[in-house]
Write a protein of this length. Structure first.
Lengths: 432, 432
């Protein structure tokens, strides 16, 4: 098993967490370990990256950064001391401070959190240290795949097993550049793709991706398996998951991502896979978004009219409003859009629909929530729709819209905002 | 109660039927009675209108029409004789034949079926006879409302109660013109609208409009009440009902249409009304159409792309294909169209979607049936969707599409063609 293992900030917040990481690494033996900067070990902690940004700002304004940098020094010194590591932490901290004081770039300063984490972790694990500046090529916030792949082959392959700090790489001039979005997650994903890993382990402080918002279902369970596509649908609907940029490199090569909990490594976590051949459960996850509005357009014989749909969608396009869904009846079409996109433009839109589409009537309604019930095996499983709507009926939720048929993965249901949480809870309790 | 009563061909097929009509008229006292030409009293009968068209054709080819016209004569003579009516049927028949032989227009010839029915019925009922040629103005197959309303006021109001034959009117030159579609139904509807009737009774040989296709449910029951809008949805989906042109004049004025059975006048029939405030049943009717196909377009982030929908619908528009429905998921849209419209164009359409929309994938599937479950009170009634999908699950029907939300009136469900009848039966049995 070729494994790339990324550890988040909370997994490296202190020596105790470093020790957990070591235990995990000794067991699963990843070829590449990608560390974040130390995160908060407790609520009073500062994030190292925030402190380093502050140092850069102070220096940039001609001020001293000593006091702030002492907080950085103290964190790393404590970690090294607590690990009883034979490591020249003072030398590393002094060198870094000198660079900051000498006016290093903002990206360089920010990247030192991961860099110093990586230096310590490499020593602690007995892994080689490889600086991503020389491996991962970044241009305009995006990775350059061709150059990175060449550099991985030339400079990284011989060094494994190794530690490669997350969050940054180098530009064509060899300067440090950070990713604009996705952080260390994307570094791990890129390296997993470049060495064609069998699995990309993403170690966090949660036991996987939850099947539903824990603010609605307090004891929400993680999803054991979820496909990339299911994840996209859930994430579009607001479920908090990995950033799309962090999924893209491994998704291309169908490398699974394993979300695991550093604090409970025995727990199964969530495996994100390219395809689920046999579905574990009927419904993988549930997510939703509130505050949509509906333009209901009524016109007799609209389906016999050439260009009706084109004219209708053009009205929204020219008003720069994205159409979320467009369910249609016999003589009616509803255009569902986010309230924030269309608020204040209602009169203009109705007027334009009147001019271009000559409808019999146009109505507006607000406060619609959309709920995506996602599951690969769901649509082809008989009786799922029945269970779904029975559960909603039992909790007295009125269904304003149903949309199934485009995706093999999901049924999208529209309910009143006020029924939003109740509807999600009803569906979750039916299927979990 | 101002009533206009139209009687269909089977209601006037012979003297026995004329007697039933008289009993009905004596009870409900309509101000205007609109008769059709005598229809088939039994399977061996010819339709009078067909015979009259044949006469016209024969004369037009320089041939004798005597033998065919004898069939016409015999029908009317028998009716008058059986009714023991003091009416100069020979004079009427002779005059009509002379006009046909003298080369009267096709419309004139065809209209004589209703004309002669009306002459006999007026005598039989003791009603005045008014020729619609002088009342209903037709241009290009459509009625001219303004002229007709003026003529009704000038020439009809003083004559009521009266018989006005259906199916024809007059043009600006005073020539007889027939309606292109809708037949006598439209005459009744126009006159009901013009005199602002309280009810337009439409007497047929069925006990109302059935809630479902009797070929699927043998003992299908009629709908007691149905709104114009519900009827439109059912009729779009293939349910056999009145022609749209025949509904339009009364619909405008919210005059109810009462479909009644001449052979069982005590039965409630179906009342077609402008609005149903309190729904009688949850599901008013069920209708469906087979042989749709689906273009499933998959593209990540399509909802964030300006103009995606416009480009997609334009492909179908330029190929002159009407879009029936367009359900959408998160990263996918399905375009549902009639197979007959898109057959043979699949490759071209896929290619064009590829060029204009740059999708990740386009799939085609065939043999989809759409079923409209129609009922005014349905969407706002909690638990209806649950019962609907439970009934489908129980009969092992796999649901390929659900579309609810555009119309307050209906849920549209997509199933495989092979599940079509089973699905309709399951829904009907659940709700009736």
């Amino acid at each position: 098993m070729k494994i790339v293992a990324k550890f988040g900030g909370s997994s490296l917040a202190n020596a105790k967490q470093f020790a957990k990481v070591k235990a995990i690494v000794e067991k699963s033996k990843p070829l590449i370990v990608v560390p974040s900067a130390p995160g908060k070990a407790n609520k009073k902690d500062y994030k190292i990256t925030d402190l380093l940004y502050m140092c850069h700002q102070l220096v940039d304004h001609g001020l001293h950064c000593d006091e702030v940098y002492q907080l950085v020094e103290s964190r790393y010194r404590t970690i090294v001391a607590d690990l009883a590591l034979d490591f020249d932490v003072d030398g590393m901290l002094k060198e870094t401070k000198q660079a900051i004081v000498d006016g290093a770039s903002k990206a360089y300063c920010a990247s030192r959190g991961e860099y110093m984490s990586g230096m310590i972790l490499a020593k602690y694990l007995g892994y080689a240290f490889v600086d991503p500046k020389d491996i991962i090529r970044i241009a305009d916030g995006q990775w350059n795949e061709a150059v990175t792949r060449r550099q991985v082959t030339e400079k990284l392959q011989g060094q494994m097993p190794c530690v490669v700090p997350g969050f940054y790489g180098g530009d064509a001039q060899g300067e440090v550049v950070t990713f604009s979005r996705g952080g260390s997650d994307i570094t791990g994903s890129i390296l997993a793709a470049c060495i064609a890993a069998d699995c990309y382990e993403n170690w966090t402080d949660v036991s996987g991706l939850l099947a539903v918002d824990p603010n609605i279902i307090a004891d929400a369970k993680p999803m054991p398996r979820v496909s990339y596509k299911e994840l996209r649908e859930l994430s579009y609907m607001g479920a908090m998951v990995l950033h799309e940029d962090a999924i893209f490199p491994v998704k291309e090569q169908k490398i699974p991502i394993h979300i695991k909990n550093t604090n409970c490594p025995a727990e199964a976590g969530t495996l994100i896979v390219a395809d689920i051949e046999q579905s574990d459960g009927v419904v993988t996850g549930i997510a939703g978004r509130q505050d949509f509005m509906v333009f209901s357009v009524e016109k007799a014989f609209l389906h016999e009219e050439t260009g009706f749909y084109r004219k209708l969608v053009s009205v929204f396009e020219t008003n720069r409003i994205t159409i979320a869904h467009m369910p249609s009846g016999i003589d009616s079409v509803s255009v569902i859009v986010a309230e924030k996109d269309a608020r204040g433009k209602e009169e203009k839109i109705i007027k334009e629909i009147g001019i271009y589409c000559a409808p019999d009537a146009v109505d507006i309604s607000y406060q619609l929530s959309l709920i995506a019930v996602v599951g690969q095996g769901m649509v082809s499983t008989k009786g799922v729709a029945a269970r779904l709507f029975k559960s909603l009926a039992a909790s007295a939720v009125n269904i304003r819209m149903i949309n199934q048929g485009a995706s093999e993965l999901s049924i999208i249901i529209g309910v009143e905002n006020r029924d939003f949480e109740q509807a999600i809870a009803a569906i979750y309790n039916e299927f979990h």
